[in-house]
Structure formats: structure tokens, C-alpha cells
Design a protein around this ligand. Structure first.
Ligand code: ADP
Ligand code: MG
Length: 400
């Protein structure tokens, strides 16, 4: 789960990590009030969306007067910001962060993340901070420095000092070590998966300041992170994913045309691979989980169908704890009540498979039955091609 920059900065502040004075605003009037509170005569207006790359895309603007500030905020709120990370449709800006414009001479990059290979937290630093760390990582990987933290000792001073020297921050050794240790504590306390300060800058009085902050948290730890869970902004998430989560389904929207309804994450991945192998692309990842009731399956159908790109649906269930008759019941119920108007390919195996097949056969619905994973993917792709070619209803050739 991600949070907004202004929320991340409040957390940093609570951990004693310096950030510029500033506050969130939902209108130009509120922004002017924030500017008055902060004082000074130059402010930065930053679009609060869950995506980076705002600087280059006009989502970070400097205002040198109150009037200019109100104008910028007025234009920014309600607009759609398109950055390298938002996709072509962009993201709606509903709020901005107004903060003091700071002097920026040099920009450093600082991050902490979980390194899967060592199963430990990795601290990453670079002297090439600013707008495009991904490019640095690609073109000059040697300019990115990493320290792996042993959980038994925590982040040690010598590791911080090593990083400081590697990125040319030895003249700010004490504040740098302090900042890293506080950041590490925040990461552990809050079950964060990623902490990113880009850029980190120097202030005139010898301290370091986090000018941008990104924090993501482990969804599986939210049950014990009540304060973090409350920061969740559903406006920033795919509504289908939010609804799926509410029904106990794991759903991730993708950009293909074959909607997938599968039980088990492993089988869901294999199903997506099989679809790609046969020449199409999955529209989503969806795991209905174990013990999927007919209601749950019907909900899964609704969510998959809500994606306008879906031209065919592939149901692939290998029932262990699940029951094929329930899955079949759910498929039939969904097809009837929701008037599903795309070809549906169903592959059932495992517990109560005969009963499941009987329910499908007796439903009178025009379903395409598949034998196994490969057959299911093949038939789904064939049905997709038929739909694309304008055949309606689904021609005999792709039916079982
Ligand atoms: P993004 O990473 O989405 O592009 P940032 O918050 O990193 O957004 O802002 C982009 C750039 O804008 C920064 O690299 C920095 O140079 C400048 N910037 C951001 N906040 C401030 C600030 N408070 N004062 C001065 N410059 C800023
Ligand atoms: Mg940034």
C-alpha cells in the first residue's frame, strides 16, 4: 500500500527526519492560507498522486507570489497529471502539497527496500539524486551504493559512514548517520517495504532535508499497523481491486483481453502464462481463493466483467478445498444474472468435478468446456480471435 507524499513527510517528521515546512491543501484558498503559515516568499506546489516523475511532468511548480500560488493550485487541482509512472490516462489531482521552496544545490538519492536475495533490508544511496534514479541504475549501476543490514545488529554506524563517503556526503557525516538510523527504525516499526527520499538535499545550516518522500507498506502487515491502514486513499487505487479485496478476492488489473477466474495464486500465474503462450494477453490476475462459494465466484465475474477490455473469460479451477459444483453454480448464476455477453471457457478439475460438469451441461448456457489448463488457454484464445473476427455467437469450432 502506498501513501501520499505529505503523509510520508508527516511520518518522517515524527521520526525526527527533517522535511520542509508545508501542508496539504484541497483548494487555492487553503493553499494561500498554508503559504501564509509557512511564511517566506517562494513556495512549491506539488501534485499529490501515487506516482513519481511529477517534476518533469509539471506536477511540481514554484510560485513566487500569493497570486501565482493560487493560480497554479487552481489549475493543478482537478487536472489529470500524466507522468512516466501514471500511464497515458494520467491521474486526477485532488490535492496538493504546499511547502517552502528550498535551496537545491546538489541532490542525493536515498532508499531502503527489502532485498529478496539476502532477505534483508538494503540501504541504497547515490550521489545522482533528483528526477531519474531509474536511468542512473540502468546506465551507471556503479554509481549506486548498497549496504545490506543484518537484522540482529540493525543498521551499523560504519555502514552509514561508508555510504556517506561513497556519495560525497562525508562533510555531513553526523546528520547523515542520524537520518539513516531514524529511517531504518521507521522502516522496521511500520513494516514498510520501500522508503525513498529523492532528492535528499543539504541546508545552509549544515543539516540534511528530505525534499521528496515515498513510502510503501506491506499489505500483509496492515492488520497490526492501524495508523498506516487509515492513510489508505481509495481514490488512488483501481476500484475493481478495492472491490475485489472487499470480497476476499486477490485481483490485479492487467491490460490484456482474456479475463481470468482461477483458484490459487500459482495456478493463476500458470493460466496467465498459458494465455500468453497461445498468443493473447490476460486482462487480470484473479485468485478466488479456497472455499469459494457461488457468491464469491459470481462476484469475481462481476469484477472481471467491469473491465471493458475483457472479450472472453477463462475459468480455470483445480478444486482441492474448493468444490467444482460450487464454482459451476457461481458461473451459471453469474452468466444468468449478469447477462455475461462474452464467451466463457470453463475448465474444472478436482473435488466434485462430475457434479460441476453436470451443472454446467444442464444450465443450457453456451459455455465452452475445456479439459485441462492448456486446452482452456487454447480455447480462450481461439474464442477471442473469433470474437475479434466478428463471429457471434461463438462458432462451433471453438466449442468443446
Ligand atoms: P518527483 O520525484 O515526483 O519528480 P519531487 O518531489 O522529487 O517529485 O520534485 C522534483 C524536483 O523538484 C526535485 O528533484 C527538486 O529539485 C524540486 N523540488 C521538490 N520539492 C522542492 C522544494 N520544497 N523546494 C525546492 N525544490 C523542490
Ligand atoms: Mg522525487
Amino acid at each position: 500500500m502506498n501513501i501520499h507524499e505529505y503523509q510520508a513527510k508527516e511520518l518522517l517528521r515524527a521520526y525526527g527526519i527533517p522535511v520542509p515546512p508545508g501542508e496539504v491543501a484541497y483548494s487555492d484558498r487553503a493553499a494561500a492560507r498554508v503559504a501564509e503559515e509557512i511564511g517566506g516568499n517562494r513556495w512549491v506546489v506539488k501534485a499529490q498522486i501515487h506516482a513519481g516523475g511529477r517534476g518533469k511532468a509539471g506536477g511540481v511548480r514554484i510560485a513566487s507570489s500569493r497570486e501565482e500560488l493560487r493560480e497554479i493550485v487552481d489549475r493543478m487541482i482537478g487536472s489529470r497529471l500524466i507522468t512516466e509512472q501514471t500511464g497515458p490516462e494520467g491521474q486526477l489531482v485532488q490535492r496538493v502539497l504546499v511547502e517552502r521552496a528550498c535551496r537545491v544545490d546538489r541532490e542525493w538519492y536515498l532508499g531502503m527496500t527489502i532485498d529478496r536475495a539476502s532477505q534483508r533490508i538494503a540501504v541504497i544511496a547515490s550521489a545522482d539524486g533528483g528526477v531519474d534514479i531509474e536511468e542512473v541504475a540502468r546506465e551507471h549501476p556503479e554509481r549506486i551504493h548498497t549496504e545490506i543490514v543484518d537484522p540482529a545488529t540493525g543498521l551499523l554506524d560504519f555502514q552509514c559512514r561508508k555510504l556517506a563517503m561513497a556519495i560525497g556526503l562525508q562533510h555531513r557525516m553526523a546528520p547523515f548517520v542520524r537520518l539513516l538510523k531514524r529511517l531504518y527504525r521507521l522502516m522496521c516499526d511500520k513494516d514498510a517495504l520501500l522508503v525513498e527520499i529523492n532528492p535528499l538535499v543539504e541546508t545552509e545550516d549544515g543539516d540534511l532535508l528530505a525534499l521528496d518522500a515515498k513510502l510503501s507498506f506491506d499489505d500483509n502487515a496492515l492488520f497490526r499497523q492501524g495508523e498506516i491502514a487509515e492513510l489508505r486513499d481509495f481514490d488512488e487505487e483501481d476500484p475493481k481491486e478495492v472491490e475485489a479485496h472487499g470480497h476476499g478476492l486477490s485481483y490485479i488489473a492487467l491490460d490484456g483481453q482474456v479475463g481470468c477466474i482461477v483458484n490459487g495464486a500459482g495456478l493463476a500465474m500458470a493460466t496467465m502464462d498459458a494465455i500468453v503462450l497461445h498468443g493473447a494477453r490476460p486482462a487480470n490476475f484473479l485468485d478466488v481463493g479456497g472455499g469459494a462459494s457461488p457468491e464469491k465466484v459470481a462476484n469475481a465475474f462481476r469484477i472481471v466483467r467491469a473491465d471493458p477490455n475483457v472479450r472472453v473469460i477463462l475459468v480455470n479451477v483445480f478444486a482441492g478445498i474448493n468444490r467444482c459444483d460450487w464454482i459451476a453454480e457461481g458461473v451459471v448464476r453469474a452468466a444468468r444474472s449478469q447477462g455475461v455477453d462474452v464467451p466463457i471457457v470453463v475448465r474444472l478439475a478436482g473435488t466434485n468435478v462430475e457434479e460441476g460438469r453436470r451443472i454446467l451441461a444442464e444450465s443450457g448456457l453456451d459455455l465452452i468446456v475445456a479439459e485441462d489448463l492448456d486446452d482452456g488457454a487454447r480455447k480462450a484464445v481461439a474464442a477471442l480471435r473469433a470474437v475479434e473476427a466478428g463471429y457471434e455467437p461463438v462458432p462451433e469450432g471453438v466449442r468443446a
